[in-house]
Design a protein around this ligand. Structure first.
Ligand SMILES: NC(=O)c1ccc[n+]([C@@H]2O[C@H](COP(=O)([O-])OP(=O)(O)OC[C@H]3O[C@@H](n4cnc5c(N)ncnc54)[C@H](O)[C@@H]3O)[C@@H](O)[C@H]2O)c1
Length: 273
């Protein structure tokens, strides 16, 4: 790191560049994942778009590759619940790109059972949410994060939720078909704790571990939900996926070179009151 007190020697724009960096994004075909992919490509990164087969990561990668012919974009069919699948992802990344600079965990389980009331949640459903969200983040951090730590360089961005910071306001869901299950909150609380643990664990290895917490990202929600949300939100509206992605550029790039263990809330002030 440049040892100076003179800011005129620093190119601050360059600090946000992702030129030549190799970034792996899990859940990259999802609502927020897609905006992460677009933003990282605009900032110069090479990418692995990793997602389950049904989300068609290979086709999604091809479409992005044709729009960004001067960078390298590869798709990978990944199941974050499976250690062997994550090991294959690491081998694929090293074979294709030689190095890994960043890991973004943007996957989540979204079964329809997620809206079951707490009293009815089955063990299977609880396990599925915990396995995809929390164990999946553990496995990618363990396998890909350890690789970056062994090379003394890297950035990890995990995704907890406002519901690992505060409890859901149950009034938000009144008159809607939506809800927020306890397993989701529990899995996200685990991601928060795991991320802080790893931020300290790998700080000396120059691997920064941070979090982005989005909230209420609009995805053609039912009108009643959007109205309820606006009532409880200090900013009186839901957010958009393109409002989350700039936080990722900051946390993956040298712009945040002295930031680790942070949870950057992109939640319109939801938790300030
Ligand atoms: N959207 C929001 O309002 C919001 C709010 C708070 C936190 N988050 C978090 O942000 C992240 C992204 O959210 P989103 O809205 O884009 O979610 P999304 O449901 O749109 O996308 C999730 C992606 O994860 C993939 N996925 C599911 N199971 C997987 C598995 N086993 N292995 C690999 N990939 C798998 C899906 O195919 C999908 O592409 C999630 O972790 C979510 O919990 C979102």
């Amino acid at each position: 790191m440049i040892k100076t007190t003179d800011p005129s020697t620093i190119n601050f724009k360059d600090k946000f560049s992702l030129d030549d960096k190799v970034i792996i994004i899990t859940g990259a075909c999802g609502l927020v994942g897609r905006s992460f992919v677009e933003a990282c490509l605009q900032f110069g990164a090479n990418l692995i778009i990793a997602d389950i087969e049904i989300s068609q990561p290979l086709n999604v990668a091809k479409a992005f590759q044709s729009r960004y012919p001067n960078q390298k974009v590869k798709g990978f069919e990944l199941d974050v619940e499976s250690k062997s699948s994550v090991l294959k992802l690491k081998d694929f990344a090293i074979n294709e790109f030689i190095k890994i600079d960043g890991l973004v965990n943007a996957h989540q389980n979204k079964s329809h059972l997620i809206f079951e009331p707490f009293e009815d949640v089955s063990e299977d459903n609880w396990d599925k949410v915990i396995n995809v969200n929390l164990k999946g983040t553990f496995l990618t951090c363990q396998i890909i994060g350890s690789y970056m730590a062994s090379n003394n360089k890297g950035a990890i961005v995990n995704m907890p939720s406002t519901y690992s910071v505060v409890a859901p306001n149950q009034n938000l869901y009144k008159g809607t078909s939506l809800g927020c299950p306890a397993a989701y909150s529990a899995s996200k609380g685990g991601i928060d704790a795991l991320s802080r643990y790893l931020a300290s664990y790998w700080a000396a290895n120059n691997v920064r571990v941070n979090m982005i917490t989005p909230h209420g990202v609009w995805n053609n929600h039912e009108e009643k939900f959007e109205a309820n949300f606006s009532e409880f939100s200090p900013m009186k509206r839901m957010s958009f996926n393109h409002e989350v992605a700039p936080a990722l550029i900051y946390l993956l790039s040298d712009a945040s070179s002295y930031v680790t263990g942070d949870n950057l809330l992109v939640e319109g002030g939801w938790t300030v009151w």
